[in-house]
Design a protein around this ligand. Sequence first.
Ligand code: SF4
Length: 256
Amino acid sequence: MSAHTVATWTSRSGKHTVTLYATGHRRRIARFTPARRARLVQSAGTLTHASKMPGPCAPSLPAGKGCPTGARLMSVPGSPCASCYAARLQVAYPSAGRAWERNLEALRAALADPAAARRWVYALAALLLEDAARLGETRVRWFVSGDLQNARHLALVLRVARLTPALRHRIPTQEQALLKRAMRKGLRTPANVRFQVSTPRVDRLTVWPQALPGVQVTSVSTGAYSCPASAPTVKACGGCDLCWRQDVATVTYRLH
Ligand code: SF4
């Protein structure tokens, strides 16, 4: 039985029940009922729903407070973080900001305690799998807002990815130094993960050492761009797959 197997899917009074198993574990990681989902959300946070994205999005963290490097870049003119869309969203939709604060609390609990970390990993894997099954998608986006907090957080994110080999994880980050350190120490990027190293400067491409593979470099441009959804009239990724593809080295977005 593989990680993405939906073992049961029964409809009861319009509600569905899903049972998910993890690869190599043969243990049930979640049986979905509304009450069970609420407990999973308590452990891992609320998945973010971004209309542009085709599949599930991992729980967002507060813009600035949840971005170790990004918080500093917010006050640097010429950085994409200086016009952070997530910070604007937080102001426009305070309820989203409150949910992102709760997600950060759940993450901090997981970073502080191994038992909470196990709950966070399994709960998040289950929530992503369930959402992906419901949407008929395999593409997962991390950090619509927020970023990797530290090496321990990176390890937890990769545990979720390993537990869900049927999903493809796109992990954008401004934490270049953290990623480089981890890779030099022998970090193995799972085949279903694509890190996206974001540029700290608009109109400038980050140089990434070729010796550290498994990474796509992304830039933000005031001119030409390669992301189809950057066009003013296009609102969603649709069939575009560039950000998840292992054979695409760079993607450029339009500054918004
Ligand atoms: S490049 Fe493609 S996959 Fe990436 S954000 Fe743009 S439309 Fe979506």
